[in-house]
Design a protein around this ligand. Structure first.
Ligand code: CA
Length: 231
């Protein structure tokens, strides 16, 4: 499954064109045409990257960018700003507010796709093919195998999925709700504290021999792979 791009763009023709081209490139695409819905869509869709138009109805792209960066759950999501304005001042402002890249309309699809791919490579350099690694931990998706150093770690299917989600973006803090959605699915009703139970099991399996805990608990926010962990 390809990375998911959330397109926030009110010009329908452009939004359609973007969807078409990104899907053709193997991306999964979600579309939003209103600034007000964008934040809700980010929470629901968990995009790997957001393509964000500057001029939007109700809430501007800049404001959305600011709000995404202000929240712990969303501040690591790469953002590419799309804009008709080419002024240097706006560009600087967008990047100041935390946009990762900036593309001025009109742009070529080839260039846009190349920039998105570059950003995704930067955002998740640990994910290569079907093996994810984080220091001494490796996770093979096709065989469902996890190792810590040379030791094989036995995990249940839920713990495996949990670790897989956390390893996609080391350092990013996932809320219990986000983990529920991504591990159990959005249509399943599971209590938030179930996440704590499974994170506990995951830790126990990973740290069996007194190894350092690679998972960080963020008070009132959720869980993350600890960026300061060094294996
Ligand atoms: Ca617009």
């Amino acid at each position: 499954m390809g990375a998911k791009v959330l397109i926030v763009e009110d010009e329908e023709a452009l939004s359609d064109l973007l969807s078409y081209n990104l899907e053709k490139e193997g991306f999964e695409v979600a579309v939003c045409s209103d600034g007000q819905d964008a934040l809700v869509m980010v929470d629901e869709e968990h995009p790997d990257v957001v393509l964000l138009d500057w001029m939007l109805p109700h809430v501007s792209g800049i404001e959305i960018c600011r709000q995404l960066r202000a929240r712990v759950e969303t501040r690591e999501i790469p953002i590419v700003m799309l804009t008709a304005r080419g002024e240097e001042e706006d560009r600087v402002r967008g990047l100041d507010l935390g946009a990762d890249d900036y593309i001025t309309k009109p742009f070529s699809m080839t260039e846009l796709v190349a920039r998105i791919k570059a950003i995704l490579r930067r955002a998740s350099p640990m994910v290569a093919g079907d093996v994810a690694t984080f220091h001494d931990i490796s996770l093979e998706r096709d065989t469902c195998r996890v190792r810590r150093g040379i030791r094989e770690v036995k995990l249940g299917p839920t713990e495996f999925k949990l670790l897989d989600v956390l390893m996609k973006r080391p350092g990013r803090v996932y809320s219990r709700e986000q983990l529920l959605d991504q591990v159990w699915g959005q249509d399943v009703y599971v209590e938030a504290r179930t996440v704590d139970v499974h994170v506990g099991r995951l830790r126990k399996a990973l740290n069996k021999h007194g190894d350092k805990d690679p998972i960080r608990t963020v008070r009132a926010a959720g869980y993350a792979l600890d960026e300061t962990y060094a294996g």
